[in-house]
Design a protein around this ligand. Structure first.
Ligand code: AMP
Ligand code: MG
Length: 376
């Protein structure tokens, strides 16, 4: 793919440099190319600009005006930046002595011909695009974006924008999950709401199996109208696991069906996002060939006590940079049903199973799940 198409994707080949970069020694400054051991005034014999090659040598007692990026002319072994000179036109004087090699970028300093400059599995961001272009690549082999079907189960659900009768719930999961899929570099394919019957659930999953991955929300608990596991049984799915000792997210369900991975996420909006982040996102990144798939975990102090339980708790926190370090501030509500507890949350503080409470001021591991903002 072209470089602009490759942005945000995973590289699927090692990239080697086609040539030395810089191609040969060049100037890091605007100034004068000189011989370091000379002293006294130097005669200015010409000028060399970026992109051109000097036709004259810098002999003893001479200098050549040089621009940043221009190749250093033969004979010169240092560049005097303009600020330490008298800016002379015919004769130039330096106000300070220079060391050999001063202000010269060496040939091959950035990359050497044949060096592997990017390895397969790298996520292509701005810096990587710079390396690709510099390595003389206009195209790169990158992974395809997997298509992820996003199912929402629940008789109570209505689409955002529709009228909400008593007892009905707006389908927020389809929006949060689709956005999370996109954040991983995959393509969400939202499906219409799946009603809580075995037949409807089977039909919806069956048609979704055209996609590379299928994820669903709701219907994986132990309620009388939770049909997702039944439906997978009906489709011949092989259950890999059901229920995880974590909070939120206990009902999480994973099955392999017709060569596809099906992940049944809990219906509660927070459980759904947390389990996506910890299980689905790494799986999607792995499928794309990424060499790093898990979010980073950083130890930091918590500004308020954190509650634990008989499961491993993932407490939603706002991570802020304060006085040169990161600190975690628990979100006010921790209900797994409260969408507002995920808005502004950029961390999941981990409280291990059976720990009752972690006191304010203690160091805790926090999974970083978003950008760290300023403490304003
Ligand atoms: P369930 O696991 O299907 O019993 O759902 C658990 C809770 O999550 C219930 O309160 C549901 O109403 C709610 N819920 C399920 N699916 C969604 C959804 N797509 N958007 C918002 N809330 C949902
Ligand atoms: Mg349900």
């Amino acid at each position: 793919m072209t470089l602009s198409e490759a942005y945000g994707r995973i590289l699927r080949e090692d990239i080697t440099a086609a040539a030395d970069v810089p191609f040969s020694d060049n100037s890091a400054m605007d100034g004068y190319a000189v011989r370091a051991e000379d002293s006294g005034p130097r005669r200015v014999i010409g000028e060399v600009r970026a992109g051109s090659v000097a036709t004259m040598r810098v002999e003893a007692g001479t200098a050549m005006r040089i621009m940043t990026g221009a190749l250093v002319p033969d004979g010169a072994d240092a560049v005097a930046q303009i600020e330490i000179t008298d800016r002379g036109v015919d004769i130039v004087q330096l106000n300070e002595p220079l060391k050999r090699g001063a202000n010269i970028r060496r040939q091959g300093e950035d990359m050497r011909a044949g060096d592997v400059v990017l390895t397969r599995g790298t996520l292509i961001g701005a810096g990587e695009l710079g390396v690709l272009a510099t390595a003389r690549r206009a195209r790169a082999l990158v992974s395809r974006r997997p298509v992820v079907a996003v199912l929402s189960t629940g008789d109570e659900l209505v689409n955002a924008g529709e009228s909400v009768d008593a007892g009905r719930v707006v389908n927020s999961n389809v929006h949060t999950l689709s956005a999370l899929v996109r954040e991983c570099g995959a393509i969400p394919q939202p499906q219409s709401i799946v009603r809580d019957t075995r037949e409807a659930t089977i039909a919806a999953i069956e048609s979704a199996l055209e996609c590379d991955f299928v994820i669903s929300s709701g219907g994986v608990s132990v309620g009388a109208y939770d049909f997702v596991k039944d439906a997978l049984d009906g489709l011949g799915g092989e259950t890999k696991f059901w229920r995880v000792a974590m909070k939120p997210g206990k009902p999480l369900f994973l099955s392999r069906v017709r060569d596809r991975l099906f992940i049944g996420l809990p219906g509660n909006p927070v459980s759904c996002m947390v389990t996506f982040t910890l299980f689905v996102a790494p799986a999607l990144r792995k499928a794309m060939g990424a060499s790093t798939v898990m979010p980073p975990i950083v130890n930091m102090r918590t500004l308020a006590p954190l509650r634990g339980s008989e499961r491993r708790n993932y407490v939603r926190v706002r991570v802020i940079a304060r006085d040169g370090e990161l600190v975690a501030e628990p979100m006010r509500t921790q209900s797994s049903g409260a969408t507002t507890s995920m808005s502004g949350a950029n961390g999941l503080a981990v409280v291990q199973q059976d720990v009752r409470e972690i006191a304010a001021g203690s160091l805790v591991p926090v999974v970083l799940i978003g950008m760290v903002g300023w403490d304003l």
